[in-house]
Ligand binder design. Structure first.
Ligand SMILES: CC(C)(COP(=O)(O)OP(=O)(O)OC[C@H]1O[C@@H](n2cnc3c(N)ncnc32)[C@H](O)[C@@H]1OP(=O)(O)O)[C@@H](O)C(=O)NCCC(=O)NCCS
Length: 278
């Protein structure tokens, strides 16, 4: 669960990360893709999920109200409109998936779970998180990690593996992109979520004091706003396998700014020439 406010959270990250649209299906080869009218497409997990009629697909515009209601139920934090808009648009490095259950009689879809995650370069992450994950070196500044912003399953649908499937979708895509790690913050009293992440090979790396400031009134003690968080992470590539490409890219890092400034300078020159000739 991300927090609102300062740090490597959703709002800060959104402002700082503006990347082209990611293909939500990248790195998820085991899933059949159906292409109905919706831009997001319907994805069907083949075996077990078909039995339960649970479908996994990218979050789309039609999910707006259900997604918001589900967040309100699942978390003590109030997320703002920008959060939902970006989770739906799947831009700014955001990847979000929905688990939907189809009513056998009416054929109506009900959102029973969701995951929202964001790809970040390590230099965009909080130094405390980086250090705890063992990814503090400036050599890996340009490498990507994936941050789980929110994950939730409707109470009635829990303990059926839905969150596990949603997490696997994010991990598969992150692995395909070459992300170094997947990480998240979880509030200290959320034992279900902590057990869930430990069961999925995440390590509980650090306890961050007063990480959350909750004033929604939905926290366990309405008179208390500050809560600690645990940083949990799972490495997706071994610490030692800083590849030749990463070395080359880090070695080029100082020259990149030189090339950028050359690009800007020549752009300015060009602008000057155009202005002079018009
Ligand atoms: C945490 C949460 C997402 C788990 O969803 P879920 O669909 O029930 O999880 P899964 O069925 O995939 O669980 C997989 C494993 O996680 C662990 N786990 C999940 N819920 C647990 C619980 N309440 N107590 C102990 N272990 C739990 C178990 O090891 C479980 O395997 P098992 O059922 O075979 O024992 C769900 O409880 C939830 O939505 N909570 C509210 C929102 C939240 O806290 N989100 C996480 C904060 S980032």
């Amino acid at each position: 669960m991300t927090r609102r406010g300062a740090g490597p959270d959703f709002q800060t990250s959104f402002q700082s990360v503006l990347r082209p649209h990611d293909t939500a299906f990248e790195g998820v080869p085991e899933i059949q893709v159906h292409r109905p009218s919706d831009r997001a497409s319907h994805l069907v997990l083949p075996l077990s999920s078909l039995r339960d009629e649970v479908f996994y697909r990218p979050v789309c515009a039609g999910d707006y109200s259900a997604l918001k209601a589900a967040h309100l139920k699942a978390f003590p934090i109030d997320y703002d409109e920008a959060f939902y808009e970006r989770a739906i648009a799947q831009d700014s490095g955001i990847s979000s998936w929905a688990a939907v259950q189809k009513d056998r009689q009416s054929g109506q879809e009900e959102l029973i779970g969701f995951i929202t995650a964001q790809y970040l370069r390590l230099h965009e992450c909080d130094p405390t998180d980086r250090a705890a994950m063992g990814l503090g070196s400036t050599l890996v500044n340009g490498q990507e990690v994936v941050y789980i912003l929110t994950l939730g399953v409707a109470e009635a649908a829990r303990r059926r593996g839905t969150a596990g499937q949603l997490l696997r979708l994010v991990l598969a895509a992150a692995e395909a992109r070459g992300c170094r790690a997947c990480f998240l913050h979880v509030i200290c009293y959320n034992h279900a979520a902590i057990s869930f992440y430990l069961a999925h090979s995440f390590d509980q790396l650090a306890e961050l004091r007063d990480f959350y400031c909750i004033v929604s009134g939905r926290q366990p003690d309405p008179d208390r706003a500050q809560y600690n968080a645990y940083l949990c992470a799972r490495h997706l590539r071994e610490e030692g396998d800083l590849s030749a490409m990463a070395y080359i890219s880090s070695a080029l890092f100082p020259f990149r700014s030189l090339m950028d400034s050359w690009g800007q300078a020549s752009g300015q020159q060009l602008a000057g020439i155009v202005a002079a000739s018009s």
